[in-house]
Design a binder for this molecule. Structure first.
Ligand code: UGA
Length: 435
């Protein structure tokens, strides 16, 4: 099939490259000339395992190309995926100006039937606004469908998730559109994965509802972590016991310093606002957000209680990315924690295997903050080690070496990656979250 993808951001690029890998001919439209230049040379602007390899391969085999022209994209295929950004605006709602602009452009260049698919995360009823925009700007006699096909990719596993979907959700209103989707996703349905076909508004809600549910699970376990700490039990045991109920599941019950990233915080907030627009007070999500933001504060209080006075004490920080296997620091808990530590006058030494460059754009090196290229180098003379991201290389670190390098062997584990008994038997003063 021929497929046009508009927007080479996270979702757009991964989808475009994966559609090409599935054997389609793909044209990906992107307005940033620097990004286009990189992409045409086979370089991916985002770090995702496997992405550069399949980008190179499909460029070479002529199945994918990039352009800055929406007109070219519209002429290329009857199937157009809109994957442009929907950032959070100042009032917490999704900013849909790029979606509107692209819809107008598509309408103005359309000469025959098109299936226009929103893949970006958009508030419920956005498809109606797209439809209205296209009707206004396109030739009157032209037929078209607008559908929703939300994406559920995790950063760090995006290619894997695209190629091995748990579910493919399609929000459509016409039989013709369903048939086109069946063709697009045939490689998956052949393997037994069925399309979940629903109303367009339902598909739009499913995306927000999924991310919000994950956020609720995390805030719930973090609340239980506080309770566990007060009672004197280990929250991991509670998570294990609760998670063995198949209806609940163990996933997303890891307590710690809370969720971050470019999706969960933004989507929870947007969902609250979306509900408000319909006169509903989504108190459950407001509490989820509140608990999440409080984690950073609580972590800082924990550190301050342990060190009494942070001023001029050397503190090592391991992990800056919002989660492991990514260089992304957007809305990462580390941002608030590092800011809070600097305000107390601590002397910080930071290390992350991937995210230091991105972190440096927000916190540049200074007298009170420096970055090191080796995690052990962060530990010299430190009076505490703070773990903020659950990287495997931290889990596998040499405990004896850590202890030797530190001035005081205090570890505050914001992600509960270490085994408490082991840490204590190695002579550490160990503090986890809810343990
Ligand atoms: C999330 C969803 O998991 C994807 O399904 C969705 O497609 C994506 O958002 C999106 O909307 O594009 P992602 O942002 O990559 O994916 O991150 P997650 O793996 O969901 O992790 C989010 C945050 O929760 C991280 O900070 C992580 O450390 C934290 N987390 C996760 C916990 O604190 N505890 C857990 O048990 C799990």
């Amino acid at each position: 099939m021929k497929i046009t993808v508009i927007g080479a951001g996270y979702v757009g690029l991964v989808s475009a490259v994966c559609f090409a890998e599935l054997g389609n001919k793909v044209l990906c439209v992107e307005k940033s000339s620097s990004k286009l230049d990189e992409l045409s040379r086979g370089m991916s602007p985002i770090q995702e395992p496997g992405l550069t390899e399949i980008l190179d391969k499909n460029l070479e085999e002529g199945r994918i190309r990039f352009s800055d022209s929406i007109k070219e994209g519209v002429d290329f295929s009857k199937v157009i995926f809109i994957c442009v950004g929907t950032p959070q605006s100042e009032n917490g709602m999704a900013d849909l100006s790029q979606v509107e602009e692209v819809s107008r452009q598509i309408a103005m260049h359309m000469g025959e039937y098109k299936l226009i698919i929103e893949k970006s995360t958009v508030p419920v009823k956005t498809h109606e606004l797209i439809r209205r925009t296209i009707k206004r700007y396109a030739r009157e006699d032209l037929e078209f469908d607008v559908a929703s096909n939300p994406e559920f990719l995790r950063e760090g596993f995006a290619v894997y998730d695209f190629m091995n979907p748990d579910r493919i959700v399609i929000g459509v209103e016409s039989k013709r559109a369903v048939e086109i989707f069946q063709e697009i996703y045939q490689p998956f349905t052949e393997n037994g994965n069925t399309l979940f076909v629903t109303k367009t508004s339902a598909a739009e809600i499913i995306k927000y509802a999924s991310n919000s549910f994950l956020a609720i699970k995390i805030s719930y376990i973090n609340m239980l972590a506080d309770l566990a700490e007060k009672v004197g039990v280990d929250v991991d045991m509670i998570a294990e016991g609760v998670g063995r109920d198949k209806r609940i599941g163990r996933d997303f019950l890891n307590a710690g310093i809370g969720y971050g990233g470019s999706c969960l915080p933004k989507d929870v907030n947007a969902f609250i606002h979306m509900a408000e627009n319909y006169g509903l007070d989504f108190g459950l999500l407001k509490e989820t957000e509140k608990i999440n933001l409080n984690r950073r504060k609580q972590f800082l209080e924990k550190v301050e209680k342990l060190l009494w006075i942070n001023r001029d004490k050397k503190i090592a920080v391991w992990g800056l990315a919002f989660k492991a296997n990514t260089d992304d620091v957007r809305d990462a808990p580390s941002l608030g924690i590092v800011k809070g530590l600097l305000e107390t006058g601590a002397q910080l030494c930071l290390y992350d295997p991937e995210a230091m460059e991105n972190f440096k754009t927000i916190f540049s090196e200074s007298k009170k903050l420096n970055y090191v290229e080796d995690k052990y180098d962060a530990l010299h003379e430190s009076e505490a080690l703070l773990v903020l991201t659950e990287w495997d290389e931290f889990k596998e670190a040499d405990l004896k070496r850590i202890k030797e390098l530190m001035k005081l062997p205090i570890v505050v584990d914001g992600r509960n990656i270490f085994n408490r008994d082991k840490m204590e038997s190695e002579g550490f003063e160990y503090h986890g979250m809810g343990r």
